[in-house]
Ligand binder design. Structure first.
Ligand code: DC
Length: 213
């Protein structure tokens, strides 16, 4: 059983993915971390993000099963850099097999990202597309950063989110978009628990129709 979750930056898809995986006892992969890890290696080696061939080489050699997961990897700067390298087709190609293998885990897997329902797992049993307005996503990110004691400006975060949406949706390779058979969940007016309950209801409705079929 595969649950594919896609959506824009800061839409809450990662949290939803983790909670759904816990609920069903499935494995969970936040695929954004793979692109973030590629960006991190390039930055650590002082290689410009515009070096496509170097980015592809890093992606091919990435130890995908053992990513060092820390605050820097999950930070806003790495998200922005990940968005740049993720637009390169050879980088995406290098990371595809691992994601597909992960999707085959038993008894099931939840993968979240931008192209899970469209490219990585087009035959996923359940596909969710999580959205919220850019303003609401910026508000959430702002609250989260302030809560961690970090300095953050709402307006700057909003500009960053809009730029990332623009890049992720308009790239030529695997752009962010809902799969034709995805169920869209707009979480703008939902809190975290409300979003989880709504997502769970959607997954259950799809599972019920699968057993009837
Ligand atoms: O979900 P995230 O913020 O960690 O993702 C960081 C960037 O990685 C995102 O802006 C685009 C890219 N990405 C992608 O292209 N495909 C995915 N499946 C996941 C992330």
């Amino acid at each position: 059983m595969i649950i594919a979750i896609d959506g824009p930056a800061a839409s809450g898809k990662g949290t939803l993915g983790r909670r759904l995986a816990e609920h069903y006892g499935f494995a969970h992969l936040d695929t954004g971390l793979l692109y973030r890890a590629v960006a991190r290696v390039l930055m650590d080696r002082g290689i410009p993000l515009t070096e496509r061939d170097a980015a592809a080489e890093v992606a091919r050699n990435l130890d995908v099963g053992h990513l060092e997961d820390d605050a820097r990897l999950r930070g806003a700067a790495m998200g922005e850099s990940a968005s740049v390298v993720s637009a390169y087709q050879p980088v995406r190609d290098a990371l595809l097999a691992f994601q597909r293998q992960f999707g085959a885990k038993e008894p099931g897997a939840v993968l979240d990202g931008r192209d899970i329902g469209t490219v990585v797992c087009p035959d996923a049993d359940v596909k969710l597309f999580i959205t919220a307005t850019p303003e609401e996503r910026a508000r959430r990110r702002h609250r989260e950063l302030l809560g961690r004691g970090e300095q953050a400006e709402y307006e700057t975060i909003l500009v960053d989110i809009r730029r990332r949406d623009e890049r992720d949706m308009n790239r030529s390779t695997a752009p962010l978009k809902a799969a034709a058979d995805a169920m869209t969940l707009d979480t703008t007016h939902l809190d975290a628990d409300g979003a989880f309950q709504a997502a769970l209801d959607l997954v259950e409705s799809r599972r019920a129709s699968m057993t009837r079929a």
